[in-house]
Design a protein around this ligand. Sequence first.
Ligand code: PEP
Ligand code: MG
Length: 819
Amino acid sequence: MAAEVHGGRAKCLQRLIRLDMPVPTTVALSFDAVRRIAHGWTPDMEALLAPFGEDPLLSVRPSSLDPDWGGPGAVLNIGMNGVRHKTLAAQIGDAAATALYLRFIQSYAVNVARLDAEPFRHAEGDLDAMLAAYEEETDEPFPQDPAQQLSEVLRFMARAWDGTTARILREAKGAPADAGLGLVVQAMALGVGAPESGAGVIQFADEATGAPQIKGRYKSQSQGRDALKGNGAIYLTKDARGPSLEELCPAIYADLVRFGTLARQKLREEMQIEFTIENDALFVLDAVRVPRSSRAAVRIAVALAEDKIIPREEAILRIPPATLNDLLHRQVAPGADRDVFARGIAASPGAASGRLVFSSSEAQASAARGEPSVLVRRETTPEDIRGMHAASAVVTARGGITSHAAVIGRGLGLPCIVGVSALAIDPKSRTVTASGQVLAEGDLVTVDGHTGELLVGQPEMVEPALGEAFQTLLDWADAVRDIGVRANADTPADAETARIFNAEGIGLCRTEHMFFEGERLTVMREMIFAESPADRAAALDRLLPMQRADFADLFKIMRGLPVCIRLFDPPLHEFLPTDKAGLRELAEALDRPLSDVTHRAREMSEYNPMLGLRGVRLGITVPEIYDMQARAIFEAAADVARHGDPVIPEIMIPLVSARREVELVRGRMDAVAAAVRAEKRAEIPYKLGVMVETPRAALRAGDIAESTTFLSFGTNDLTQMTYGLSRDDAGRFMSDYVQKGVYREDPFHTLDLEGVGELLAMGAERGRAMRPDIVLSVCGEHGGSQAAIAFCRAYGFDYVSCSPFRVPGARLSAARLAI
Ligand code: PEP
Ligand code: MG
């Protein structure tokens, strides 16, 4: 019997039978048979009923390929009729027999005959009234023929599988459109009668933590999963709080424990066993995978491998990388009440609550008071970095998956939702409106970066939990993967996180983020406004020791692992204030007239800054900035190497589109290195590489590779430029585009293998043809995803680099691909 033909439940029951567990007589109907039943075919009922003997009582359960796909609920006690009621009454007593009959009529009427539930609720407890209600509603007596009852139940369950709701629910869990349903017909073990009869459920691992533990309940005189609902159930294992099955029926308890161990060994999984005791005899009715949290999933898989029940590779394959995300961040507790205010793009996972604030300065003020805040902005700019640092979560009305807020959110491990287009923010009244509902500054809200929902109030949360099993699983993953994983880390805090998650180095340090910190912003602005080379040099001289300290910190934290530093990238005007108050403050700080500052700021603004004076273009037109950065890098490397591990910094040039750009920068870097070498009397080794972010750089990669040792593909900008699609504005219409099938996915989220991928492949091939030992990597946001990693492996890339919090998922993805 194959799960692909009869479904997972049927397959599992067959294995339990082979393990000699006391499973009642069971017959499985295949997907194909059930499909035909749904279309009106009736199976040969005599043949179907034959294995069950005279006057059978039966249950029918669904059996889909994957149990998570759901299916119609089980129907019990099929075969109950007037005659059976009488014989049963003689065996188990009138009350128990009547209760069973009543229960069956009621469930048949409501679920199978699709009758209104109300009249049957009225008739509860009174058999004559129940039978009369059925006849009243259908103009027919309650069917007495077990074959007719069973055939109707089968038809009902087969059709329920085709219902729209059932279809949508299972497709959301990954079921294909043509997923089939099998049905399992089983002889009932009654669970009612004397001397000990009842039903229960047992499992051997905790569903929240995965720790080994016998859990479940047993209830005398009950059926199915009754023990898990309502009162009257007892513990399974001896417990000071009350009676237990272990004391009531020690031999049966011992059998259950034995079956649990056997099932774990032979089914290679933690199973939950549904059992019934009839007349002191144990029956195993069903077994399903223990439902489990992400944390438990990891612990269970690792324990199975440590016990040599499954190989390590299989443990790795059993954990989808997204599961790890749940472990790294706080979550809204499953089942908690959710009052959804608005929805957007889930840009950075985790959940956090706080008081609503509308500006970075308010977020900082909140943090100073020790109050968590949620920062809501139309969009964030680099100026908001301090506010984002201070906030517990960020929401923007605009932007897509690679917008500033999204990138920084992921880098900081901060829950973030972007592109919440329904949000209308009114900065004057300090309120935000969505679908007619209004929230004001100070209102308590929660960001769920997992679902992309902004919630009113503070639902219950669950804490992140890494644990030993998590580390073990990732160690195993590292042992099999064949592509490197580095982290994108801009600050010492990021670098520490990268180390905790065992990144093999820093693949991208975006240095501009260092200039928004504290007093540096003012010095940076002085540098931007400098009128003479001497003034500019003076400002850069003040920035130098700060940058040197930044890099020294990174080198120390990374202890000899590679650190790839990208030279300054954004357009300079991003460092200038945008509002009047900010400009006034700046004029005061620089001791210049306001009109002068406003004029200069206006002069620097660009129509299309993403394609303007930024990246290497700035490095070539204002080379002193790169000179200062190079000096800071070399001096820091020499200082740190003197006392610790050798440091060979990697310097990366952003937004290159022509080889000559690289040569010009290389000339200056070499000059600075020579100067530092002389001053420090130290070797100053370094590697210079190019960030491939423009289509031209990919096309000309062969030419460019001649003067560089590595190529790192910045797939954020490369996607933006390949599509001609603004990273910061696409969020506004992206969902329309995806819904209408123009794009299969948001290309900023899922690497476009067909278009951008072709540029990557071409760049990699041309670069490698020119320089076979060239190091190739991807450092855009896509780097952490399994699809991008698969692509990179196929083209022989050396490593991917992603946000520190995505490193564990990337390590696992890479291992799964290598297995
Ligand atoms: C990129 O463009 O892919 C990249 C990594 O750089 P940034 O996101 O800083 O533009
Ligand atoms: Mg870029």
